[in-house]
Design a protein around this ligand. Structure first.
Ligand SMILES: [Zn+2]
Length: 279
């Protein structure tokens, strides 16, 4: 599933072509994608709206519209939000995976493809959006996410560290890939209760989170299978992953011990049993 760096990359690739454009028409071909609105209400509310800004919040692609509405796209498993210039070759996606097509005032197209149909596109009023945004934890690349903030928040809970990092209310945008990578870099076992993590380890974790996310953004995200940027490009960060997706038994890139696979909160998790000890 796309995480913060992938969604950030989509936002960056869509910003230049999309900001300032007006949506002249929209077609919803899979009604559940826009629930709870019905397709007619959705298309009526986005038609003739100008895109004032493209932002990211957590794993949401956020389009601020001139109507005051905020249009959010959550890619979930297989969603792709692809921009095609008028006259350019259309995306190499099966037509049957198209869920929403937006036509823009310059005849360019923005299309949401989603093979598995878990992706969600929502329209929020200004007030609704404030509530949605406030329901997420801090952005890990914002200045207010500091190692001291992290340490204080870890001290306050006995929850296991990996499920805590995946909790979007605790911190925004981290998923399975970057949680495993950050815990590996910081040498923290994913099952460790948060309140038993020392200040020194919390500092290492803070640094690891910022570093894995920044590196992935610099490489336009990690494509394992489905993820594409807004221009259809694959992400180049996969070679930088240390543990995520490595088959059990692969040597640890740091110490050479054999990597191990665990299930933590129903999520597959790869660790080095020597570097990441539970004690
Ligand atoms: Zn190791």
């Amino acid at each position: 599933m796309p995480e913060l760096p992938e969604v950030e990359t989509v936002c960056r690739t869509l910003r230049e072509p999309l900001v300032g454009r007006t949506i002249s028409a929209a077609v919803v071909t899979w009604p559940r994608t826009v629930e709870p609105l019905d397709p007619g209400d959705f298309t009526a509310r986005v038609s003739d709206a100008t895109v004032d800004a493209i932002e990211r919040r957590a794993k949401l692609i956020v389009a601020r519209l001139s109507t005051g509405d905020t249009l959010t796209t959550h890619l979930r498993m297989t969603g792709k939000l692809l921009y095609t210039r008028h006259g350019a070759t259309p995306p190499e996606e099966p037509e049957r995976h198209l869920r929403i097509a937006y036509e823009l005032d310059n005849l360019d197209m923005l299309e949401f493809f989603d093979a598995r149909k878990f992706g969600r596109v929502r329209l929020h009023t200004a007030e609704e959006w404030d509530d949605v945004s406030a329901s997420y934890g801090p952005e890990p690349l914002d200045p207010d996410f500091t190692s001291d903030w992290l340490y204080q928040r870890l001290r306050a809970t006995t929850r296991q560290i990996k499920p805590l990092l995946l909790d979007q209310k605790f911190i925004a945008g981290i998923g399975n890939i970057y949680a495993d990578e950050a815990l590996f870099l910081a040498r923290i076992h994913p099952l460790k209760p948060a309140n038993t993590i020392s200040r020194r380890k919390a500092e290492a974790l803070h640094q690891a989170i910022v570093s894995v996310l920044s590196q992935a953004i610099a490489n336009a995200g990690t494509t394992l299978r489905d993820y594409r940027s807004g221009s259809g490009a694959i992400g180049m960060n996969k070679p930088n992953l240390n543990v995520y997706g490595a088959p059990p038994g692969t040597p640890c890139p740091r110490c050479g011990a054999r990597l191990k696979r665990l299930v933590v909160g129903q999520r597959g998790t790869t660790i080095c049993p020597r570097c990441q000890r539970l004690r």
